[in-house]
Design a protein around this ligand. Structure first.
Ligand code: NAD
Ligand code: DAU
Length: 335
């Protein structure tokens, strides 16, 4: 089986490639990635010579019809992770989000339509907007779309394109909307790796606003396991929500990280809040449990965080070169 993994040099995509190479010897992988700032070549180097024979890396833009046509022509399936993925960046500069997330997805859809290729679209829970802190309801596959940021609006738009191509052209596709991921290979602009690497270089963690915002954390390997199950056994045309009942406020996460890293719980700074900051996300993954029997294997968020802290501590060479640049960018925004 030949699978194209778009965005396979980014956080979730690279973890997915490792899972395919480690656990699915019948699969050959073609990573289609344009290697933006968010990609890291060394995320894909820790593989055996045998695995290297099953991995092709195609440097190219998902919005480039010619390259996309070339890689999709030879594929049995496309798993589409590539995106501009960081909310803060979408607020300061939305243009690449529209280009990659909308035009890129459109370009892939046209290629899979031409070749009848199985397509899985990786999306986010942010398309549903946010919830009140005390709202008993969680996001389900029928929750109305209500995105808040340029990033989430562009992802919502990409989901709509996939839905339209499924209905109008009958492309064999599925969609998943997942909550916040954490784990190895995540870019240090994102909350958890930023807080961990801040501690490692001697900067206090930075909480936006009061830190009351809640995210529903899931380990990246659990997300990817669910994507694999949907790709294999999901109902064509359906949307699946992926989450692991991992709700925690940002303040709680920083408290935990401080404890794990040997600092007093309240050793952090409050900084300016994010514009339009979503308050809370929460996923109801019942459909995935009932239809596909998927459940997360990382059931303790604290243990997952401990493992993630260990990974960043042991892989300084993976992130150190980026730290100064990322922090300089945050400093400009008052973060
Ligand atoms: P990431 O930013 O770490 O990686 C994105 C990858 O896509 C990078 O390797 C980048 O080089 C590549 N890319 C960007 N633009 C491209 C283009 N035009 N052509 C080809 N490649 C391009 O992102 P991530 O956190 O791994 O997220 C992957 C996907 O999962 C995204 O679609 C995101 O919306 C979705 N998602 C992320 C999370 C999360 O918590 N990180 C949660 C739910 C869904
Ligand atoms: O819900 C899924 C989404 O999760 C994905 O679609 C996005 O690609 C992914 O980036 C993530 O979006 P968030 O905006 O929730 O993640 P981020 O890591 O940027 O921030 C998590 C929370 O932490 C958010 O409430 C903002 C806050 N934060 C973030 C940073 C970087 C801080 O308090 N301090 C920080 O320094």
């Amino acid at each position: 089986m030949r699978i194209v993994v778009t965005g396979g040099a980014g956080f979730i995509g690279a973890n997915f490639v490792h899972t395919l190479l480690n656990d699915h010897p019948e699969v050959d992988v073609n990573v289609l990635d344009s290697f933006t700032y968010a990609a890291n070549e060394s995320s894909l180097t820790d593989i055996t010579p045998e695995q290297a024979k099953r991995l092709t890396i195609t440097r190219g833009d998902v919005a480039d019809m010619e390259i996309v046509d070339e890689v999709v022509r030879d594929a049995d399936a496309v798993v589409h992770f590539a995106a501009e993925s960081h909310n803060d960046n979408s607020i300061t500069g939305p243009a690449p989000f529209i280009q990659t997330n909308l035009i890129g997805t459109f370009t892939l859809l046209e290629a899979v339509r031409k070749y009848g290729t199985r397509f899985h679209h990786v999306s986010t829970d942010e398309v549903y907007g946010d919830l009140e802190l005390d709202d008993p309801a969680k996001f389900t596959p029928t929750t109305p779309y209500n995105p808040s940021s340029p990033y989430s609006a562009s992802k919502a738009g990409s989901d709509m394109l996939v839905r339209a191509w499924m209905r109008t052209y009958g492309i064999p596709a599925t969609i998943s909307n997942c909550s916040n991921n954490y784990g190895p290979y995540q870019h240090i602009e994102k909350f958890i790796p930023r807080m961990i690497t801040n501690r490692l270089v001697g900067i206090r963690p930075r909480l936006y606003g009061e830190g009351a915002n809640v995210r529903d954390w899931i380990h990246v390997l659990d997300h990817n396991e669910a994507v694999w199950e949907i790709l294999q056994r999901g109902t064509i045309g359906d949307t699946y929500l992926i989450g692991a009942d991992g709700e925690a406020s940002n303040k709680e996460v920083v408290h935990m990280l401080n404890e794990i890293m040997g600092h007093p719980q309240d050793d952090y700074d409050h900084v300016a809040d994010r514009a339009g900051h979503d308050l809370r996300y929460a996923i109801d993954a019942t459909k995935l449990h009932e239809e596909l029997g998927w459940y997360p294997s990382f059931t303790s968020f604290r243990e997952g965080l401990e493992e993630t802290v260990r990974w960043y501590t042991e892989h300084e060479d993976w992130w150190k070169g980026e730290k100064e640049r990322v922090e300089a960018k945050y400093a400009q925004k008052g973060h």
